[in-house]
Structure formats: C-alpha cells, structure tokens
Design a protein around this ligand. Structure first.
Ligand code: NFS
Ligand code: SF4
Length: 652
C-alpha cells in the first residue's frame, strides 16, 4: 500500500473533504505512504458507459454496450433496448439494496425469536411499551395478554414480512389508506420481501421482462418490501430489544479517540454486536486488564450506521461516517476495529496493516481477506466481544506507531425517534403530530425533508450534505437526517438547539419554542423507516391531504454511493415522495426510462425522482416541490402572513 512515487497529482486534502479531521489524516497518510479511498477514487476513472447504465452483462452473448449519445441507434445482441437495459440495471440495484436491508432485518427478527423463546439470555425485551405499540399497529390484540404471548404473536406476524408468498406484508396496515389503495391499483403492495427480491432477480435475467415499465413496477414492489418491510422490522425490533431512542447528548468526530485509552471502533450495521461490546468494555475484569496494560481505560466508539444507531440509543461517541473509516486508522490510535456487515471497505484491511490495528470481522456473511475473523454468536455474544477487547488491549500494550489524533469534537443532540418527535411537539401528556401539522399549515414550517445516505469519495466529503441542509433550513424546511448524512451535519455543528439561528424565521421560532435543533437525527439507514412512519402519522392527523403524495415533503441523498441508497430512493418515490439524488445518477437523459422515473411515476400518483449535481439546485427543486404541494393543499397563502408577521415583529 505505498503511494505511487510517480503520481503527484493527488487532490488537495481540503478538496477531498469538508471534514477537517479527515483532511488532517489524508495528509498524514500520504506522508506515511498509505493510500486511502480518496486517492483511489482520484486514480480510478469511472467507466463512462457504466456510469450512464448503458451496458448490460446479464448474459454472455454480451456484455453489450450502447452509446449514450445515440441511445436508440443500437440494441443488445438479444435485441434489448436501452430502456430495458437501464431498467434492469436499476431494478437489480433495488433488489440488492433491498436484500441487504431485508437480511439485516431478518437477523434482528431471528434474534427477537430466540430472546422470546428464552434461548438467548444476553438480550431481553427492553421497551415493553414499544412491543405493545408495534403489536397493536398491525392488529394484534394486546389487552390482558402476557408480554411473552404478545411477542410470540408479533414474531409470527412479522415473519410474514420476509417469507409470505401471497397477500400483503403486515406493515401495509400502517400505510395511509389512499396510498395503499393506489398501490393495490398498481399491484405493487409487497407480498414478502424474499419473494419480491427473487422475482426481481428472475425478471431481470436474460430474456424475461423486457418492458421497462413492467420492470419498474416490480422494482417499486421490491423497494416497498424494504422500506415498509425489511427496514421497518429492523428498526422496530431493535427498538423493542434495545430501547426506543430519546434525545441524548453525544459527541462526534475523530477527537473522540483517546490517546491514553484502548480505542475500539465498531463499524457496520447490526446493533447486537455493539450492544454486547458495551457489556464487554464495562466488565471490571476487562477494565482491570486494560489498566494493567498501562491504559487509562477502554474507549468504545462507533462509525457509520451501527455507530449512528448506538449514538441515537445510548449516546455512544461517533468517530465519523463512511468516507472516514480508513482515515481514522491513520491516527495510529485505533487498537481494534470490529466490523459486521455493509459499507465496510476492503481497503480497511491494508490500511489497518500499515498501522498495526487489529481489524476483526465478526459476521459469517462478511469476511475480509487478511482480517482476523472472530465469529459473533448471538447465543454467546460475549465470547466474541470479550475477544475483541482482549485483542485491543494487546495492541495497546505493543503500540509502536506515533499517534496523532485530530483534536476536534462536536457536541450535539441525537436520537429523535418518530415517537419522540410527537412527544416533543405535542407535549408530554398528549404526544401527537398535530402541532407539527399546525405549524406546517400556518406556514412557520414550510415542509419536511429527509436528507439521508452515504458520503462518496468521488465528491468532497460532507460538502453537499451541509450545503443542501443549510439551504433547506434557511427556507424553513425542517430536516430529518439518518446515516452518514446525520454525522456530516453533526460534525458541522448543526445538531445543537443553538443552530436554530441558521434557520429561516418560521422554523427558528418553532425550534426556539421547543428547544430543538433545526435538523433531527433519527439514526441509521434502516431508520429511514421512521421517516415513513412520521409521514404516515402526519397524514393521519389530518389537514395535509389524504395520501403520502399530498404532503409537502421531499427526500434527498446528495452524496450517495450504495445500491441500498437506490432501494431507499425507490421506496420513497413509490410511497409518494419526491426524491432528489446528487453526485451521479445511472441513467441517460431523454430516454423513455428516464421520463418514467423523473415524471411518469408522479403522473401515476406516486412520487418521482430528481437529480442535480449542485446541492443548491437540489434544494431549489425540493423547495419548489414543497411549495407545489402547499398550493395544492390550499395552504400557500399562510406563509406570506407568517413571514410578514416576523418582519413586522422584528421592526418592533
Ligand atoms: Ni446507509 Fe449505513 Fe453510510 Fe450509506 Fe453505508 S453506512 S446503511 S449505505 S455509507 S448511509
Ligand atoms: Fe447483451 Fe441482451 Fe445479453 Fe444483455 S441480455 S448482455 S443486452 S445479449
């Protein structure tokens, strides 16, 4: 992993990232002769045909390539048109992303089953109220029933989310009636996630579904089985087992590492590994062992989505998002990094080796060549997590690299579950979404945006997230955040109530009255399902239309990179939300498939896709969509009054 001696044109660190800590580590890495994802991105030119989604490799008569400048001039060997090719590529990304969230959710559900059966004793039902609420929401009778019986019934019901062959997934019951009717009309209500993913893979093989509209329909159904299925089960079960998030103070950024302590990072997506790590690092015998090795203690921090989830639930410090996971190893201070599934760059193994950090994989599904594998077993979780701590202590004892920890931390409030948002705005006795709706109707809040998703080393890390969100809140749009986006904004100092000064006058007034920041961090990427539930609650409270598509809301992923982001985008779109992606989009403009995604789906009553490279342009598109919806609801005039009120008031 040496820097290429001949190569001198690496991007300036300050152009690679807005994150000062990461920039400092990029500079150090280059000095140390270590290549990070940023430099790899710079030296790997993306294939332009693939970037346009103009190639097909679904069979071996090909691969076939189409010229994006003249996309209808040619077809594949089998005769597939550009629309078929792009739709199939897109649909496969949806299938892969949905499979990832679904498999993660299924793992949580299996864990829940074993806890309920009494076969796993290390975890228990922590949030009884949530158990009952979730059970009730899908029609399970809970009166005069023992928790165990409710939980058993809930498991059986939710299992259908995955394995059901016919019918509708259980959480379809949470979808506003009018939206559900529309899905039924289009025949896109998911049956079971496994069925939808398998069918999607089948239909996109050579010689099956060759009508881009029909392919897109199944892509919607598959994506909905993720958003309202796999992801939602994951969030709800994790809340039941580990607690529903409530606002907590938490620190983010690389300064959370401590030179005098054994630093252990958990990076991945499943909360169970992390929950057990908390137990292991607090075990007195482990603390004693760390002290004997000369450390002041053990310092457990998170990264990426499992980090975001643990930060939301327990206030565990968070060291950074996706693009920073290699960079943080350059500090030399990381004694162990343990990973489970998803968004774990293979490049970590080489960087970890350079700094002698122990990289540990823990999940059967995700090994990395060159990393140490310590299998995590839910039935005996501490065997694995204790071992991770021991490995960390031993690396601490033999530290041989100079340590440089960027001295940057940012405070903030995290952990806004949809339950807490209603409680916060509605007051402790009458939690409800009525005040949120009222503030939207009276125009103080213009609308709500969900800004989510990854960072991508092909663009300046965090920059588009920060620019987009700043512009949205400046225009009185309340922003809900998850995943790596949430961390980007937390590092930029937006997660404190004082950040209300960056908001427009209406949103600022609401934030100051409630004492909340103008951006609300909800947790990991599967917690995007919290946004769906919040939106459904808004419809149910009344005054903002009858379907999700009526709401003055929009979604965005300004720096996305994962197939999971495409799945999320498609379930937001199919749910009725205008969803704007930044950076890149795998499609050729002025094709029939492009027209379908960016316009046709909305004509069918669903949401639609948008794309802009520039975050300011993204914000403009989202705000004008929100205004369009306000107008359709007949609440466009109220804002003028509020804004006039505000300036009048300011004059006084
Ligand atoms: Ni979401 Fe989480 Fe981050 Fe993107 Fe990856 S960690 S699941 S995919 S990169 S937000
Ligand atoms: Fe080419 Fe058709 Fe095969 Fe795709 S499925 S590689 S377009 S022949």
């Amino acid at each position: 992993m040496q820097v290429d001696e001949k190569k001198t044109d690496y991007l300036d660190a300050a152009d690679c990232t807005s994150c000062k800590a990461t920039a400092q580590m990029i500079i150090k890495a280059r000095k140390d002769g270590v290549i990070l994802n940023f430099d790899r991105a710079h030296s790997m030119k993306p294939c332009p045909i693939g970037a346009d989604s103009a190639c097909c490799k679904h069979c071996f008569m090909g691969p076939c390539r189409i010229n994006a400048r003249d996309p209808y001039a040619k077809v594949g060997v089998c005769g597939a048109t550009i629309d078929t090719i792009m739709a199939r590529n897109f649909a496969r990304a949806v299938a892969a992303g949905s499979a990832a969230h679904t498999d993660h959710g299924m793992a949580m559900l299996e864990l829940f089953r074993e806890v309920v059966n009494g076969k796993i004793l290390d975890y228990k039902i922590k949030d009884r109220l949530k158990l009952i609420e979730v059970a009730k929401s899908i029609g399970i009778e809970t009166e005069n029933k023992a928790d165990k019986d409710i939980a058993t019934e809930l498991y059986k019901e939710l299992e259908r989310t995955y394995v059901q062959l016919e019918g509708e997934i259980p959480f379809a019951k949470r979808v506003p009636q009018k939206t559900l009717e529309l899905w039924r009309k289009h025949d896109i209500v998911p049956r079971g996630a496994m069925r939808e993913v398998v069918e999607m893979m089948h239909r996109t093989t050579m010689g099956v579904d060759q009508d881009y509209e029909n392919i897109t329909k199944q892509a919607s159904r598959t994506a909905l089985s993720d958003g309202w299925g796999g992801s939602m089960v994951s969030t709800e079960i994790s809340d039941i087992l580990f607690g529903t998030p409530m606002p907590v103070n938490a620190v983010v950024n690389m300064g959370v590492l401590k030179e005098d302590k054994v630093n252990i990072i958990i990076h991945g997506h499943e909360p169970n590994l992390f929950e057990s790590m908390l137990v292991s690092v607090n075990d007195p015998s482990m603390i004693q062992a760390a002290k004997e090795a000369g450390a002041a203690g053990i310092n457990l921090v998170g990264m990426c989505c499992s980090g975001a989830e643990m930060m939301a639930r327990h206030g565990v410090p968070h060291a950074g998002n996706f693009s920073s996971t290699e960079a943080i190893l350059v500090t030399g201070a990381v004694d162990a990094m343990a990973v489970d599934i998803q968004c774990i760059k293979q490049g970590l193994a080489a960087v970890a080796k350079c700094y002698d950090t122990t990289l540990i994989t823990t999940n059967t599904r995700a090994h990395i060549e060159g990393a140490l594998h310590v299998q995590f077993n839910e039935h005996e979780p501490l065997e694995c997590t204790d071992e991770i701590v021991i490995k960390g202590i031993s690396r601490f004892k033999h530290r041989k690299h100079p340590i440089e920890i960027p001295n940057i931390v940012n405070q903030g409030v995290q952990g806004f579950s949809h339950e807490y948002i209603s409680y916060m705005l509605g007051g402790s006795f009458r939690g409800s979404y009525i005040p949120l709706n009222d503030n939207i109707i009276n125009g103080r809040i213009r609308g709500v945006a969900g800004v989510v998703g990854c960072t991508n080393p092909r663009s300046k890390q965090d920059a588009a997230h920060i620019a987009l969100v700043s512009e949205l809140i400046r225009n009185d749009v309340l922003v809900l955040l998850t995943g790596c986006s949430q961390i980007a904004l937390a590092k930029a100092g937006f997660s404190v109530p004082e950040a209300a000064i960056f908001a427009g006058p209406g949103l600022r007034e609401v934030c100051e009255a409630v004492g909340m920041p103008p951006v609300l961090g909800l947790g990991s990427c599967v917690d995007n399902s919290r946004i769906l539930i919040a939106a459904s609650q808004m419809v149910k409270e009344g005054g903002l239309g009858e379907s999700l598509a009526d709401l003055p809301v929009a979604g965005a992923a300004p720096e996305w990179m994962s197939e999971k982001a495409i799945a999320i985008g498609q379930y937001f779109v199919a749910s009725g939300v205008f969803t704007v992606f930044g950076g890149t989009f795998p499609i050729i403009k002025n094709t029939k498939f492009h027209k379908l995604l960016f316009q046709g789906l909305e004509e069918q009553g669903l949401g639609k896709w948008g794309f802009a490279e520039d975050p300011m342009e993204m914000a403009k598109m989202m705000i004008s969509h929100i205004d369009k919806k306000r107008k359709a609801l007949g609440i466009d005039k109220t804002r003028e009054r509020v804004l006039m009120d505000m300036s009048d008031r300011r004059q006084i």
